[in-house]
Design a protein around this ligand. Structure first.
Ligand code: PLP
Length: 412
């Protein structure tokens, strides 16, 4: 019986043998995190440029969030929603006031929050918009990523996410992303209850839509009495240089979906926000989750959001994001290995000039890892670069130096 791991190799072999093979991790075994840094079991330090897919915006093991977790864990962790608890209402009020909604519904994972939004939109469609029973359509966009449940992958255009998992849930219409004309047509269908989008497509490879797209989408939703459901699970909580990516265009979705960094990466917490007219269509017994809204999550979520505000992490993301992209644009002039640099705030990607099937981006990430920086390709030739938002300017430059060195020295 193995109780402690002393080498990376040991840990990797164990996971290979006993764990499901549903991920393809970089060969690094992490044991400790603090702020922007991670350490492997051999004691080597790395800059984290993934931030657990943007869940650790506040930095690893933020002392204020960990302290809130410990204090509450000693008092009460879980009651279920069969009873009230003395923390949930405070957290609901806090998130409602922070994001400007009347009601909040706490869940756990991002996928569950999206499932919640789908149920809300459909029920609203039948009870408020008058869509005939079982006819509701949700318009979504190609290359979306909203999670892994069977309903959510029914709305996906990604063959790998879907293959072998049918039959699929009906009621989704997939249209092109970043295209206002297709929305004009799709949203005019009277059976459409919602438009479901990410303000910047993270998993797809950090696709930033043209300025004005989100605003136009919001206006079209208003015109056709369609709910705007915004999945800000990856883009929210200061990642793109404002509390929400929707804020950049002054867009206020009808249903806001948050996850990941609302816990600072400490617990799986997600939340769906909406006004009464929408949220109250769900009645007791129609939706829920044993862990959703537990007092431990309530306390952790509030502290995680307070840290984001107190440490002005959105401003830092905005400022250092510009520094980062400027450095990458300079690097592009020195090599033809980088095709494009794109992103907003500290959610960025470099597109490697090779086919998505090639190993080039992966091998660059291995080289980055050897030089003390952790990042991972998405969709083959795109490397997403998203450090914790507590990173400082000197550290950003140091990481840009590492990227520059690895890219310029890269040999196939
Ligand atoms: N929505 C978006 C935009 C995401 O980026 C993710 C995860 O990467 C999810 C939903 C799914 O969240 P979870 O993995 O917590 O279910």
């Amino acid at each position: 019986m193995v109780e402690t791991i002393s080498t990376s190799r040991e840990a990797i072999l164990l996971e290979e043998q006993y764990g499901a093979h549903n991920y393809h991790p970089l060969p690094v075994v992490l044991t400790k995190g603090e702020g922007v840094f991670l350490w492997d079991v051999e004691g080597k330090r790395y800059y984290d440029f993934l931030s657990a897919y943007s869940a650790v915006n506040q930095g690893h093991c933020h002392p204020r969030i960990i302290n809130a977790l410990i204090q509450q864990a000693k008092e009460l962790t879980l009651t279920s929603r069969a009873f009230y608890n003395d923390k949930l209402g405070i957290a609901e009020k806090y998130v409602c006031e922070t994001f400007g909604y009347q009601k909040a519904l706490f869940m756990n994972s991002g996928a569950e929050a999206n499932e919640t939004a789908i149920k809300l939109a459909r029920k609203w469609g039948y009870t408020k918009k008058g869509i005939p029973d079982n006819q509701a359509v949700i318009v979504c966009v190609s290359q979306n990523f909203h999670g892994r449940t069977t309903t959510i992958i029914s709305a996906s255009s990604d063959a790998i996410a879907r293959s072998g998992f049918g039959p699929f849930m009906p009621g989704f219409k997939i249209v092109a992303y970043d295209n206002v004309d297709v929305l004009k047509e799709a949203l005019a269908n009277p059976d459409v209850c919602a438009l479901w989008i990410e303000p910047i497509q993270g998993e797809a490879g950090v696709y930033v839509p043209q300025a004005g797209y989100l605003k136009a989408a919001e206006e079209l939703c208003l015109k056709h009495n369609v709910l705007l459901m915004m999945d800000e699970i990856q883009t929210g909580i200061a990642r793109t240089g404002s509390m929400l990516a929707s804020d950049h265009e002054n867009v206020h979705p009808d249903i806001l979906i948050l996850g990941k960094a609302i816990s600072g990466g400490v617990l799986p917490i997600s939340v769906v926000l909406a006004n009464d007219e929408i949220m109250l269509v769900i009645k007791p017994g129609e939706h829920g989750s044993t862990f959703g809204g537990n007092p431990l999550a309530a306390v952790v979520c509030m502290e995680a959001l307070k840290v984001v505000k107190d440490e002005a992490l959105a401003d830092n993301a905005e400022k250092l994001g510009s520094v980062f992209r400027r450095r990458m644009e300079e690097l592009m002039k020195k090599t033809n290995l980088i095709l494009q640099v794109r992103g907003k705030g500290l959610l960025n990607a470099i597109v490697i000039n090779d086919s998505p099937q090639s190993e080039t981006a992966w091998n660059i990430c291995i080289d980055l890892m050897n030089h003390g920086m952790l990042a991972k390709p998405t969709h083959g030739n795109i490397i997403r670069l998203a450090p914790p938002l507590v990173i400082n300017e000197e550290q950003i430059h140091e990481c840009c130096d590492i990227i520059e060195q690895c890219v310029l020295n890269f040999r196939k």
